[in-house]
Design a protein around this ligand. Structure first.
Ligand SMILES: *[C@@H]1O[C@H](CO)[C@@H](O)[C@H](O)[C@H]1NC(C)=O
Ligand SMILES: *[C@@H]1O[C@H](CO)[C@@H](O)[C@H](O)[C@H]1NC(C)=O
Ligand SMILES: *[C@@H]1O[C@H](CO)[C@@H](O)[C@H](O)[C@H]1NC(C)=O
Ligand SMILES: *[C@@H]1O[C@H](CO)[C@@H](O)[C@H](O)[C@H]1NC(C)=O
Ligand SMILES: *[C@@H]1O[C@H](CO)[C@@H](O)[C@H](O)[C@H]1NC(C)=O
Length: 389
């Protein structure tokens, strides 16, 4: 009896317990930082390795860096006033990063719903964006920040909203599209709210410009894959899951990945009726952005051992009235280390499947049993009864 209870407790704690021990700090070691600077350092210790994450907004472009070390080491950060100038981690064995360094506005005159080289474009660098921290949770169970970015020269009262959330256990995000989070990945929500559009454009849409970096050979490339899920119970109407894998991840599942559903939302209340397409572009090799946190972080890695590529995520559907119809676009992705998680079936779906498969099996079994029993009885029945039949 006791053994059973213990086993159940063990299974439950493995299933729902925290897989990594986390410690997080805001602006570690920065004496000149105020409430207007945000750099979060998170250390997540697991049994085999330690994941170090840096979420940086101090240089304008939102940047997420992952570094994996085999030992229980800590990263130390040096600052020049309010900007990081050195990141030191003594046994980093792999690292990858993503940064949204620009927002593109494109005039979608053909109304195709995604950015295209032939459309007129206007780029907004986030280099001088100021980010205000609306909330932060830095506990042993969760690390999360919500920031609002303004750029007074560009967007009047409009703003960019970003939420980063690291929940170190397996689960689904509360908000649509209910992406899977694990102890090895972080949830990211980005919202483009009430941005004023460029005067010369009448069909404006927005796109996020990403710079992706990994400590793979410069000659490699990031990989794109699209999976179809069996059901759409977590994200109604959306069956596709898109994954970007770093070369190391593509080869042996121990590199970095970005995972998302090709769906964005045009209203703060997310739902099927407020959804739009999120379209991913090809990857292109680029130089490390100037004066960026990425540049500082990877300064000591030689160019040939560093893969730097860019891509766009653009939003829209033909005939949807462009950005100005709602003045709102939001999108979510996760970024993580290792094998990208696969969403499982919920209890409800398992029950449906069991009933669906169970009833025919039950019928078949009872039918066979009936026939067998009948035959057995017939064979053993007294001879005179056989004639009666
Ligand atoms: C890792 O190091 C920190 C301090 O450096 C210590 O508090 C923690 O217990 C260590 N964890 C393990 C698993 O050794
Ligand atoms: C997280 O990564 C570790 C290895 O670093 C692996 O053992 C573990 O299974 C991963 N967890 C999930 C949920 O992917
Ligand atoms: C956008 O601006 C409109 C009108 O100025 C306002 O009603 C709305 O609440 C704003 N949207 C958000 C998400 O702040
Ligand atoms: C936008 O402007 C172009 C000319 O620059 C015009 O041909 C087109 O019809 C306009 N589109 C809309 C939706 O107003
Ligand atoms: C979006 O903003 C533009 C001005 O920037 C305004 O003309 C338009 O009415 C707004 N649309 C909505 C749905 O609020």
């Amino acid at each position: 009896m006791h053994k059973q209870t213990f086993l159940i407790a063990l299974v439950l704690s493995v299933a729902y317990g925290q897989d990594r021990k986390i410690t997080s700090k805001l602006n570690p070691n920065c004496s000149d930082c105020t409430s207007e600077q945000t750099l979060v350092y998170i250390k997540a210790e697991g049994p085999k390795d330690t994941i170090h994450q840096v979420w940086d907004f101090t240089t304008g472009a939102p940047t997420i860096i992952y570094a994996i070390s085999s030992h229980n080491s800590s990263m130390s950060i040096e600052w020049d006033r309010q900007e990081p100038i050195k990141f030191a981690l003594n046994d980093s064995k792999y690292s990858f990063a993503a940064s949204i360094d620009k927002i593109y506005e494109y005039n979608d005159l053909k109304d195709i719903g995604h950015i295209d080289p032939s459309s007129m474009q206007h780029e907004h660098s986030l280099r001088r964006m100021s980010w205000h921290r609306n909330s932060s949770v830095l506990t042993e169970k969760e690390a999360s920040v919500v920031l609002v970015g303004h750029n007074k020269n560009n967007w009047d009262a409009g703003y960019i909203n970003i939420k980063l959330d690291f929940l170190p256990f397996n689960g689904y995000a509360v908000e649509l599209p209910h992406l899977v989070h694990t102890s090895n990945s972080t949830l990211v929500d980005v919202g483009l709210v009430n941005l004023s559009t460029w005067r010369g454009f009448n069909s404006s849409r927005f796109a996020l410009h990403f710079v992706l970096v990994s400590t793979d050979s410069e000659t490699e490339t990031m990989r794109y894959t699209m999976r179809k899920s069996l059901d759409d119970e977590h994200t109604p109407g959306v069956f596709e899951i898109i994954e970007i894998k770093t070369p190391e991840s593509y080869k042996s599942d121990d590199g970095g990945f970005i995972q998302f559903r090709p769906v964005g939302y045009t209203e703060p209340l997310r739902g099927v009726s407020s959804s739009t397409n999120a379209h991913i572009s090809n990857f292109t090799k680029v130089d490390m952005p100037n004066k960026s946190t990425l540049g500082v972080f990877y300064r000591d890695v030689s160019d040939s051992d560093l893969l730097v590529q860019d891509m766009f995520i653009s939003f829209g559907l033909p005939g949807d009235g462009f950005y100005k119809k709602h003045n709102y676009t939001a999108w979510s992705f996760t970024m993580g280390y290792g094998k990208p998680p696969i969403e499982g079936f919920s209890l409800f779906v398992i029950m449906i499947i069991s009933v669906g498969l169970g009833v025919p099996v039950l019928l078949a079994v009872s039918g066979i049993t009936y026939v067998l029993v009948r035959r057995y009885r017939q064979r053993n029945a007294p001879a005179r009864f056989i004639d009666d039949e």
